[in-house]
Design a protein around this ligand. Structure first.
Ligand SMILES: CC(C)(COP(=O)(O)OP(=O)(O)OC[C@H]1O[C@@H](n2cnc3c(N)ncnc32)[C@H](O)[C@@H]1OP(=O)(O)O)[C@@H](O)C(=O)NCCC(=O)NCCS
Length: 360
């Protein structure tokens, strides 16, 4: 087939799913493929905005899927207004079709749909480059921050047993002790674990979210779908209350069972902008929950005040920052706000976040 004949089409599970699974079976082993299928079904059958079709595009070559990319719908709040948005994710080109411009074709299709595309965050280098070539803009990079809980394990993996490792070990032990002491001593807020988010709290979360200029809307339908009912990963959640009123929440997961690094991940949180006490209380709660099973715990926040709290707990920025791209934003957001990470509330759960872990 010549390049001009490759057409981007909306994905219809009834028509395309067998061919998509056939294609994926050439890339993934059987167990990974089974997990991946369950994640795709969960998106297509249970996403709270699944009526906002299409949720995925494909490029077909006859009966074969040559390329695919997902379009995850979500709502954003921009200066208090609800804006329909999508995250592009899960770009994959069949190895036998690579180098023919198919990725560029399917990524270019996203801005052409006209919706707000707030990222693109968990991308490989080529994927990032392709998004920039296809109408997305570079946003300021966001560093993931990591707190070391098991110093010996971390130092052994990263530095081995030489002098550099011993020095790093001493420094990290000090930071860890300080972080845990801090986690024992946060005042004023009660954190309680929950099994599911209650829609009765949606107005409270909305009020907290409106303290940020640009953020994804998080309500019970979204949070329960994305985290509490994920088909592969097990997340935990807690709510912070101040005087009995909701002051925020945090969502995390313990390390994935195949993860040698034993990394726990704080995927999502919301507190009012600048509410350091609520954020510290939630962090302290989560560190206590993960410290017996995880060697490290990671978190990300675009908010400078939250990054400062993380530093105070001993979280250190990883060397590599996450590239992050945004499309179709110019009619919605002033350039100065776009470039200022403090305008955005973004965390690990933004974009597709952790969604494919164990199945990608
Ligand atoms: C990355 C991927 C989608 C590229 O697909 P593709 O159809 O071969 O890409 P295209 O032919 O449209 O190439 C687009 C551009 O990316 C560049 N590119 C493609 N693959 C690349 C690679 N592995 N490394 C560096 N650059 C690459 C091409 O050179 C081209 O740049 P140019 O226009 O300046 O020449 C494909 O290799 C793939 O499916 N990889 C595995 C999955 C993956 O990494 N997905 C991204 C998840 S975030």
């Amino acid at each position: 087939m010549s390049n001009t004949e490759f057409v981007v089409s909306p994905y219809d599970p009834a028509t395309h799913k067998p061919a998509l699974l056939e294609f994926l079976s050439t890339v993934y082993d059987r167990d990974t493929l089974a997990r991946r299928e369950s994640v795709m079904d969960w998106v297509h059958l249970h996403h709270p905005h699944r009526e906002r079709q299409p949720l995925r595009y494909v490029i077909m070559d006859g009966a074969k899927v040559a390329a695919t990319m997902g379009h995850l719908p979500c709502d954003f709040l921009v200066d208090g207004q609800v804006v329909a948005a999508r995250y592009t994710h899960d770009l994959l080109v069949d190895p036998t079709y690579r180098g023919k411009g198919l990725a560029k074709r399917i990524v270019s299709n996203a801005p052409a749909q006209g919706e707000f595309l707030p990222g693109g965050m968990w991308m490989t280098g080529p994927c990032y480059k392709i998004h920039l070539a296809c109408g997305f803009d570079d946003a300021p990079p966001l560093p993931v921050r990591t707190l070391v809980l098991d110093t010996d394990q971390f130092v052994g993996r990263k530095y081995g047993s030489g002098i550099k490792g011993r020095l790093a070990g001493v420094a990290l032990s000090l930071l860890r002790r300080r972080a845990l002491a801090r986690a024992e001593n946060t005042p004023g807020i009660v954190c309680r674990d929950i099994g599911e988010f209650d829609p009765a709290h949606d107005d409270a979360w909305m009020a907290l979210l409106k303290t940020y200029r640009i953020t994804m809307l998080r309500d019970a339908a979204h949070l329960n779908w994305k985290y509490m009912r994920h088909p592969v990963l097990q997340y935990s959640a807690c709510i912070a209350e101040r005087g009995g009123e909701p002051a925020g929440f945090m969502i995390w997961r313990q390390p994935w069972h195949n993860d040698e690094e034993k990394r726990a991940v704080i995927t999502d949180f919301v507190v009012a902008r600048g509410d350091v006490v609520a954020f510290e209380s939630l962090l302290a709660h989560v560190i206590r929950e993960v410290r017996d099973s995880a060697a490290v715990v990671s978190a990300l926040s675009s908010q400078p005040w939250a990054a400062k709290v993380l530093r105070g707990f001993g979280f250190l920025p990883r060397q590599d920052s996450h590239a992050w791209v945004v499309g179709n934003w110019k009619d919605l957001i002033f350039t100065r706000d776009f470039a200022d990470t403090g305008s955005w509330h973004m965390c690990m759960g933004d974009s597709d976040g952790d969604l494919w872990t164990g199945s990608a």
